[in-house]
Structure formats: structure tokens, C-alpha cells
Design a protein around this ligand. Structure first.
Ligand code: ATP
Ligand code: MG
Length: 559
């Protein structure tokens, strides 16, 4: 028991305390409540994992509830994308629900509040209402319409619902306390007129309930026991409880709202509105651009569900806001791909290498291990010949003793192949090296067991054979923002910190075994990093996206 408590986070401790106090375990129930106004991002993974992991731990249902009360911003495209992303992460919800399923009930409850004298229709415009709100240190003043009779309010509210009043001309407000220290309790609007069709209810409604009025009531209808949300909703808790306690008689337990810290990631923004702005201003190509911190972007970038789950679990569930370094995210994907991704050869910036003493026209097939971390992945054959490509920066004409790659007069090993020695270079008229000539030691074949093959050389470089190599487009990425916390600046908009140079495109030469890779396949380009075939990659037009390098170079940069 004590061991269990030590390893549990504060939300689990709250639940445990409720169970200890007699709350029936079979009544535990959770929900993940996205608004379908954009694609899910890495922050949502934390909320998803939190709720679904609680469901698993307590064997309790977890609903997926779309908080769809603002038809101006929501769509079915987002609903479908959200479902796809949650399933991809590996979670399955008990029931798919929509706040809009409850519009009739919410309307009836609103009328109940009006009858009880706890809500009124206010025909003032939003500026007038705002002026009466007061400030945190100054009390508000009552609306002149606060004491309209319940009968009159019911007439007006029914007229609002019937479409008799113009958008913005009036609103239904809860009658709570214009002097409350909690500004949210100063007669909040609970219904507004909005002449917009809804993606589910069509043109049935022209009034829509506000978030606060909808959320707790939806939780109640679904029998949610613990309604978990991010810290910015803490001040809303009073309102959440006010609504529930003023609807009566409620038949079962009230849900309990509790708050945890949002996940913030360095060098990015996690807000659907801000991510939408990046699409709008064409910084990225869409929600699933591999540079986006959306689940769909990370997937296209080559992130795995396991990596994202490990990441949010490592980041933990806490009460205090903090910024998690993006290098932790990369660490998690590297960890996962290290055991999963096949090692292959690709040359991103090719230069020709000729082995002068290798027989002209000959090709031999060399065995290469697919994944040294996983024997069951086996090996494959890669063609080797006289004419190869190597990485331009794996060669230097003149180099000091610390240079372990290819240079003239020194030996290196060609990965899974032979030991070679640099001999000479061919230059164009401008003095650029266009070809490197070397000799090879035919006894030094990798894995042959010969004495020559066991000779120690300082470096190993990767290569592909020219004739059989395939061209591929390779996308490499830098951070999308040049600032660690782009949206935390008081006087500057986050868009001022956009890194305009976040996408690089290269034409690489890759080994022929990659020609039939299905889109979304993770590989490790040896010595270069993890890459994934893009969703638009085909055998005629191979496209790879860089997932992450082999080592952490970013966290060093920032220090
Ligand atoms: P955004 O500002 O990106 O639109 P949101 O909070 O409005 O986010 P919702 O769709 O309403 O997005 O969020 C669904 C759930 O995910 C909520 O419970 C919310 O608290 C949670 N959530 C959103 N962002 C984060 C985050 N960065 N870290 C943890 N949980 C989050
Ligand atoms: Mg929101």
C-alpha cells in the first residue's frame, strides 16, 4: 500500500482518498474532452494518457467527449482527426459522446435556473456588461436587468431560442454574485445567440451554451467521477460546483473537478489557436506538417505511439507548470527506434568514390545486419562495386590526426564492407573535388574473420553503390521557433520568433533495399539519424523525413 502511494501521482492519491472514504470503485469514470476546433497536440497526449491510464488502473470506463459548443470553430474534420490520433496512440474509449447530445437537457436545466430566479436574460451589449464586471479589486455592479421576473425571463429566453433576437443582442446569465472575488462568478453568460449551423445539430439551435455551463453538466450526465483538466480551469471550479449544486434534485454523485499542470514543450507552442495561425500564415503546410507538435505532425515525422507515451509519462503529472525540454521528446523517440528501426545506408550529400583496384563491372552482394539490437531482424544483402557514393564531409584532402574519416594516405572501413585507403582526388576547373580515388584491401571484408578484416582502423563511414543506388528526397528540420518559450513574451507575438529556416530539402542516394518501403516506415540511416518514409512516399518518388539525430545536439546548442 505505501509502495503504491509512493509511485502514484497526486491525482491517483485524490482518487485513492475518495475510495478510502467509501466512494464505490465501480463508479469511477473518466473522460477526455477535446473541443473539435483543431488537431490534437503533444499537450493533449498528456491529458489523454492521464485519463486512459487511470481508466486502466482502476478498470473504469473513459469516455471521449467532444466539447462542441462553438459551431463557429468546430468541424467534423477535427472530430475524425481526433479519433484517429487517440486510436493511433493506442487508447480505446468506452463511449463516444458529444456535448451537443445534451443541448436539450442543458436548455431544460437553464429554464430551471430561470424559474428558480438563478438566471436572467440580459439585453445589454458585451461592452456594457464588461463595464459592470468590475476588477479583481473592485466590486462589479448589478445589471439593470438582474431583477426581471422569472416569467419575463422565460419568455425572453424562449424567444432567444426561437430565433427572435439578433446575434449578440442578448444573453442568458447566471445570477450569482457581482461582488465575488472570483470574477468568473460575477454573473457569467451561460447562453449566447449564434446564428451558425452546427456540425451535428445543423440548424436546430441558434443559441449555444458556454463552456462552463456545459462542461460540468455533461460530466454529470455521463456519471464522470473525476473531471480532470488543466490548471487554468482552477478558478472555474467554483462555477462548476455552483451550477451542479443549484440543479436539483440531482440523482447521483457530482463529478469532482481537479486540475493538473499543462505540458509545455520548449521551442514550440501548444495551443490549437496558435498552431492554426502557423497554417494560416503558411509557416507550415498543414496540421500534419512534420515540424508541428501535433500528434499527426509527430507521426509523420516518425514518432511512435510508444515514444509519445513514454515521453508524457516521464514528464509526469504535476500541480505546477513547467516547460519540458524538447530534447526529452527526442530522447524518447531515439530510445524506442533504437530497438525497432532497421539500419540502412543512405548518403545525404553524395560525392563519388572510385576503388581503383576493384574489378571493373563487378558487383558483389555483402551481408549487412539489420539491427544489432535485435537479432531476430536478420540481415540483408547490399550491392558493392567499384563506384560508390560517400558523404562529402566524410572526406578531407588534408586532415589532422583527430580526423577519423577518409583522407589521403589513411585507412577507414566502409561499413559492412572493406577497408580502403585514400589515394588521390579529381577536381573540376574551379578546384572543387568531384571524385575521390582509393584502393581497397580485398582481404579485409567485414565479418570474414580474416586477419586483415580484424585490423583496427580509426573510422567507419557509410556508402552506397552508384549503379544500384536510388535517389530520394530527404527533408531535414530545425526548430520551428528560435526562442525557448515563444509565447511567453509580454510585448512580442509568438510569430515573431518563427524560424524561417526550419525546413531543409536534400536529394540523397539510398541503398536499393529501400525502394519498396511503405509510407510511415522507420529506419536508421547509419551514422546520420532516424528517418521515416513520408505519407506521400512511393517507390518512384521516395521521400524521407528526419525524425531525430543519433545524439542529442539540440540541448547542447541551448546551453
Ligand atoms: P488548446 O488551447 O490547444 O485549444 P484546449 O485546452 O483548448 O487546448 P481542449 O480540446 O479543450 O483544448 O482540451 C482537451 C483536454 O486536453 C482538456 O482537458 C485540456 O485541459 C487538455 N489539454 C490541453 N492542452 C494541454 C496541455 N498542453 N497539457 C495537458 N493537457 C492539455
Ligand atoms: Mg479550449
Amino acid at each position: 500500500m505505501s509502495e503504491h502511494n509512493e509511485s502514484s501521482h497526486f491525482i491517483e492519491q485524490i482518487i485513492q482518498a475518495d475510495l478510502d472514504a467509501g466512494f464505490p470503485a465501480e463508479k469511477l469514470r473518466f473522460r477526455f474532452p477535446p473541443e473539435p476546433n483543431g488537431y490534437l497536440h503533444i499537450g493533449h497526449v498528456k491529458a489523454i494518457a492521464l485519463n486512459f491510464n487511470l481508466g486502466k488502473k482502476y478498470n473504469a470506463p473513459v469516455n471521449l467527449r467532444f466539447d462542441d459548443t462553438n459551431p463557429a470553430k468546430e468541424s467534423i474534420e477535427y472530430v475524425n482527426a481526433i479519433k484517429k490520433d487517440i486510436r493511433w496512440l493506442g487508447y480505446e474509449w468506452a463511449e463516444e459522446r458529444y456535448a451537443s447530445d445534451y443541448f436539450d437537457q442543458l436548455f431544460a436545466w437553464a429554464k430551471e435556473l430561470i424559474s428558480k430566479g438563478l438566471a436572467y436574460v440580459d439585453p445589454q451589449d458585451s461592452e456594457e456588461m464588461a463595464a459592470q464586471k468590475g476588477t479583481p479589486t473592485r466590486e462589479g455592479t448589478n445589471s439593470p436587468f438582474r431583477d426581471t421576473s422569472s416569467e419575463q425571463n422565460l419568455v425572453l429566453f424562449n424567444e432567444m431560442q426561437a430565433g427572435k433576437h439578433a446575434e449578440g443582442s442578448m444573453a442568458l446569465r447566471a445570477k450569482i454574485d457581482m461582488s465575488s472575488p472570483n470574477m468568473l462568478l460575477r454573473d457569467p453568460v451561460i447562453y449566447r445567440i449564434l446564428n451558425k449551423d452546427h456540425h451535428r445539430t445543423g440548424s436546430t439551435w441558434c443559441i449555444y451554451p458556454m463552456y462552463d455551463w456545459t462542461h460540468g453538466e455533461s460530466d454529470y450526465i455521463e456519471g464522470i467521477s473525476h473531471s480532470l483538466c488543466t490548471l487554468e480551469f482552477k478558478p472555474h471550479r467554483d462555477l462548476y460546483e455552483w451550477f451542479l449544486s443549484n440543479l436539483s434534485p440531482l440523482e447521483h454523485h457530482y463529478p469532482k473537478q481537479r486540475e493538473f499542470a499543462r505540458l509545455n514543450l520548449s521551442y514550440t507552442v501548444t495551443s490549437k489557436r496558435k498552431l492554426a495561425a502557423l497554417i494560416e500564415n503558411k509557416t507550415v503546410s498543414g496540421w500534419d506538417d512534420p515540424r508541428m507538435p501535433t500528434i499527426s505532425g509527430l507521426r509523420r515525422r516518425g514518432y511512435t505511439p510508444q515514444a509519445l507515451r513514454n515521453f508524457v509519462e516521464t514528464a509526469g503529472v504535476s500541480k505546477r507548470e513547467n516547460v519540458i525540454d524538447v530534447s526529452l521528446l527526442e530522447y524518447c523517440v531515439r530510445e524506442d527506434l533504437n530497438s525497432k528501426a532497421s539500419r540502412v545506408m543512405a548518403v545525404l550529400d553524395p560525392i563519388k568514390l572510385v576503388i581503383t583496384n576493384y574489378p571493373e563491372g563487378a558487383t558483389e552482394m555483402l551481408e549487412a545486419v539489420n539491427n544489432p539490437e535485435d537479432e531476430s531482424k536478420g540481415s540483408r544483402l547490399i550491392p558493392f562495386s567499384k563506384n560508390l557514393f560517400i558523404e562529402r564531409d566524410d572526406f578531407k584532402e588534408e586532415a589532422n590526426r583527430k580526423y577519423f574519416r577518409l583522407t589521403l594516405g589513411k585507412e577507414v572501413r566502409l561499413k559492412s564492407a572493406y577497408i580502403i585507403e585514400g589515394q588521390s582526388v579529381v577536381k573540376d576547373s574551379a578546384g572543387n573535388i568531384i571524385e575521390i580515388h582509393c584502393t581497397y584491401d580485398s582481404d579485409s571484408k567485414s565479418g570474414s574473420g580474416s586477419e586483415a578484416s580484424q585490423r583496427k582502423v580509426k573510422g567507419t563511414i557509410h556508402w552506397v553503390s552508384q549503379d544500384t543506388s536510388i535517389s530520394a528526397q530527404v527533408n531535414v528540420y530545425d526548430r520551428l521557433f528560435s526562442d525557448e518559450s515563444p509565447d511567453q513574451h509580454k510585448d512580442q507575438d509568438f510569430t515573431e520568433f518563427i524560424n524561417r529556416d526550419s525546413l531543409g530539402q536534400l536529394t540523397a542516394k539510398v541503398e536499393p533495399s529501400l525502394v519498396n518501403l511503405l509510407p510511415g516506415t522507420n529506419v536508421q540511416f547509419q551514422r546520420l539519424g532516424y528517418f521515416v518514409t513520408d505519407i506521400n512516399s512511393t517507390s518512384d518518388n521516395l521521400i524521407f523525413n528526419k525524425t531525430a539525430g543519433l545524439r542529442d545536439t539540440w540541448s547542447k546548442k541551448s546551453n
